[in-house]
Structure formats: structure tokens, C-alpha cells
Design a protein around this ligand. Structure first.
Ligand code: HEM
Length: 410
């Protein structure tokens, strides 16, 4: 199709709600499933974007650099007053920014943090009350501890960091209205200033190594830190509630995790540690970043359809991760699913630079949490829990649990 032609619009059948309509957001699954079968490269007239829903189309699109992340992300997050980021940059410039980022988030950095992260998680779990909201009382402090240790932040700065990280996370949401988007950009500017001031003092640890690298400028380094926080803090925090939502009603999955010990989950281990496999399966089922955007720099044929030049593309990771063509029983939690080609971390050029950190930290947390509290249970029926009406990140608003299993806990 050329840009002069009008896209063919395949309407959703009337019994399915548009996934971004308020009523469709809590469970976009049925509409995604229908699109996968009937129109996997679908022009959505409301968002004026090409929606990719099949695993084949999403995987191919993520790996195709003719679909520009720089143009796709710029629409929502780019603010030229802020430092550049590798996610808003296409190859070959992208690699120049990503290589130094490995000093902060690569395998050596993650290995160096494993011991201290274990200690942080033990302290967090040891202080939990009997009744709590896991989103607020476990997810947020867990993510803050990971970043606090990664950046070597003084503990007295953790609360401020958490506030700024939460406020700047609005930048993840491409549907944020202009007021929220402006507030998100203002928070991002404040976060950048905070991170720059701190980074100037860093001499040790992964951040110290990044700051000592002379391949990129200080401003570019701050860009990496800002992206890490906006792209990572909230998804990491939300992963916890999403995981407990799936795990706690399923004793066999909990048993698999409790038995895994949590120490065998390093990325690169060939033993396929149970905790690590389970983390990937949980991210498949409830991808915290359910979609990402691109713009086609030329006509791009994909499995199931063609995106025209200048077409704005929405790669719906959450749909791809439940595609029956790629996953047997896609709506079931299978703790040891192997292989698991889930796309929660993206794929190709912009594959999440912190995937190993996320897998390691989560595989340290979950077995400790479930092992430490044999009675841990949801205190609200899973289908009564409320999902955030904003589609990104995918998150429970609250996840009330009892650490002792008492049913009247909430
Ligand atoms: C559960 C938690 C996380 C999920 C689900 C996740 C998911 C993703 C996804 C889907 C992308 C690709 C976006 C695209 O292609 O448009 C991405 C990129 C990225 N993520 Fe993550 N992320 C998580 C946590 C983190 C954390 C904790 C950090 C940093 C500490 C981080 C740092 C990055 C960076 C730097 C990129 C850009 C890579 C590039 O452009 O080359 N992420 N992440």
C-alpha cells in the first residue's frame, strides 16, 4: 500500500470493546485475540496507528530497524531540553549510547549487585506487617532498593528518588493527556537534575564505572540514568503485584518457586533455575510494558500485513505474549515453560538493557517472599482486584495480601 491509499479498516465485531476504550482496558485480551486471527496488522482509526497483535508480527517489527524507535518514542517521551536516550535513538547512533550503558546494567554490574540485593530484599521482607498492599509495601520499595543499590544512592535520598521516579513514570504513557504529559516532563527534568548531581559524586560500583567512561558525554550518561528510571522503576515495582496476582491462587506454582531457593537465577546460568523460568512466565502473562511504538521509515511487509511508509505502529507485546500460535495454553501459568519466547523485554536493537537485572532481582525476591511467608495469600478474590484503567504500565491498583493467610485481612 502507498501512503496515498487509505488504509482498509477491519472493524472489531460489536461484541468486542475497543481495548483503549474505558470499558475495554481492564481486559483487552478478547479484542487482541480476535485481531490476531482476523487482522494481525490492523489499522486502528481511533489511535491512527497500525496495531500489531500476533507474536510473529510483533517479533518481526521489534527486530526491524526500518521501524524507527526514535520517531515512535519521540512522539510521547522526547523533550529536546532533556538528555538524549538510547530508546529515542536509531542505529548506528544507538549503539554508541548503548555500549557504555552495559557498564551500568551489563552482566558484570548485575553480578556485583547480587549479594547486596539479597540483603536488601531480606531486610524488606523481614519488616513486613501482617496485612499490606503488595503494590505499595513490596513493589515500590523493592524497585527503589534495586535502583538505590545500582546507583549507590545514599539511603537518605531513597524517599526523594522514589517520589521523582513515580512522578516521571508518566512518560511511559503514550496516551497521557497534555496536562499529565507536561507534568511528566517537568518531573523528568527534576529527576535528571537529581541524577546528574548524584552521578558527579559516584566513583565506585556500576555507576562509578559508567561515569569514568569517556566514550560519551556527561549529559548522555544522565540520559541513560533517566531512561533507566523512567523505563524501569515502575515496571519493576508493578511486576510484584502482577506476579502475586498470578501466583498466590496457584499452590503448585508457589511450591515450584519455594523449592527453587532463589540463588540460582543468574542470567547466563544454563541450569534453567526454576525461579528464573517462572519470572519470565509471569512477565509473559502480565507484561508491565504492554506495548511500544515505532514509525515506518519505508513500507514494511510483516507477517500478516504491510505497514505503509510513515505509518505509526503500535507493537502490542501483551497480545503477542498470549498468542496461541506461539504459546500452548497461552492464558495459563506454566511455571517451567520452556522455551518461552515472551516479548516483555522487547527484542532486537532495543531489547531491555536491564533484562538480566530484572530477572536476577525478581528471582531473588519471589522465592524469599513466598518461602518467608508460607501463609502468604490474597485477601481479595483475584477477579475483584482492580487494574489501573490506564493501559501502560499494566498494573494492579492494589494487591492486598496477608502474610499469615488470615482471610479477614483487608
Ligand atoms: C519488569 C521490568 C521491565 C520491563 C518489563 C522492561 C521492558 C522493556 C522493554 C519492552 C523495552 C524495549 C522498548 C522498545 O523496544 O521500545 C525496554 C528497554 C529498555 N529498558 Fe527495560 N524493562 C524493565 C525494567 C528495566 C529496568 C529496571 C531498567 C534499568 C535499570 C531498564 C532499562 C531499559 C533500557 C535502558 C532500555 C532501552 C534499551 C535500548 O533502547 O537499547 N528496564 N525495557
Amino acid at each position: 500500500m502507498t501512503t496515498a491509499e487509505r488504509p482498509v479498516i477491519v472493524p472489531l465485531p460489536p461484541h468486542l470493546t475497543h481495548p483503549f476504550a474505558p470499558a475495554g482496558r481492564a481486559d483487552p485480551g478478547p479484542a487482541y485475540r480476535w485481531l490476531q486471527v482476523h487482522d494481525p496488522v490492523h489499522y486502528d482509526p481511533y489511535s491512527r496507528m497500525w496495531w500489531l497483535t500476533s507474536h510473529a508480527a510483533c517479533g518481526a517489527a521489534l527486530r526491524d530497524n526500518r521501524l524507527s524507535a526514535a520517531l515512535g518514542q519521540r512522539e510521547r517521551a522526547r523533550d529536546d531540553a532533556l538528555p538524549p536516550s538510547m530508546l529515542t535513538t536509531d542505529p548506528p547512533e544507538h549503539q554508541r549510547l548503548r555500549n557504555p550503558g552495559q557498564l551500568l546494567l551489563g552482566p558484570a554490574a548485575v553480578r556485583s549487585l547480587e549479594g547486596v540485593l539479597g540483603e536488601e530484599i531480606d531486610a524488606l521482607i523481614g519488616a513486613l506487617p501482617d496485612r499490606l498492599d503488595a503494590v505499595e509495601a513490596i513493589g515500590a520499595p523493592f524497585a527503589t532498593a534495586v535502583f538505590g543499590r545500582l546507583f549507590g544512592l545514599p539511603r537518605t535520598d531513597w524517599a526523594r528518588f522514589e517520589l521523582l521516579a513515580g512522578a516521571a513514570s508518566v512518560n511511559l504513557d503514550p496516551l497521557a493527556g497534555s496536562e499529565r504529559a507536561a507534568a511528566g516532563r517537568a518531573a523528568m527534568a527534576e529527576l535528571s537534575a537529581f541524577l546528574t548531581a548524584h552521578a558527579r559524586t559516584a566513583v565506585a560500583g556500576p555507576l562509578g564505572r559508567l561515569m569514568a567512561d569517556d566514550r560519551i558525554t556527561e549529559r548522555e550518561k544522565t540520559g541513560i540514568l533517566g531512561l533507566a528510571v523512567v523505563g524501569g522503576w515502575q515496571p519493576l515495582a508493578e511486576m510484584v503485584g502482577n506476579a502475586l496476582y498470578w501466583l498466590l491462587p496457584r499452590p503448585e506454582a508457589v511450591a515450584a518457586l519455594r523449592g527453587s531457593g532463589g540463588g540460582d537465577a543468574r542470567h547466563g546460568d544454563e541450569d534453567g533455575g526454576a525461579a528464573r523460568l517462572l519470572v519470565d512466565e509471569l512477565l509473559r502473562l502480565e507484561a508491565p510494558i504492554p506495548f511500544t511504538a515505532r514509525v515506518a521509515t519505508e513500507e514494511v511487509p510483516l507477517p500478516g500485513g504491510t505497514v505503509p511508509r510513515d505509518g505509526r505502529v503500535l507493537i502490542i507485546i501483551a497480545a503477542a505474549n498470549r498468542d496461541p500460535a506461539a504459546f500452548e495454553d497461552p492464558d495459563e501459568l506454566r511455571p517451567g515453560r520452556t522455551p518461552n519466547p515472551q516479548l516483555a523485554f522487547g527484542a532486537g536493537t532495543h531489547f531491555c538493557l536491564a533484562a538480566q537485572l530484572v530477572r536476577t532481582a525478581s528471582a531473588l525476591l519471589l522465592p524469599r517472599l513466598l518461602g518467608g511467608f508460607p501463609g502468604l495469600a490474597l485477601t481479595t478474590a483475584p477477579d475483584a482486584l482492580a487494574w489501573d484503567p490506564r493501559p501502560i504500565p499494566r498494573r494492579l491498583l492494589r494487591c492486598p495480601v496477608s502474610t499469615t493467610g488470615s482471610a479477614d485481612a483487608d
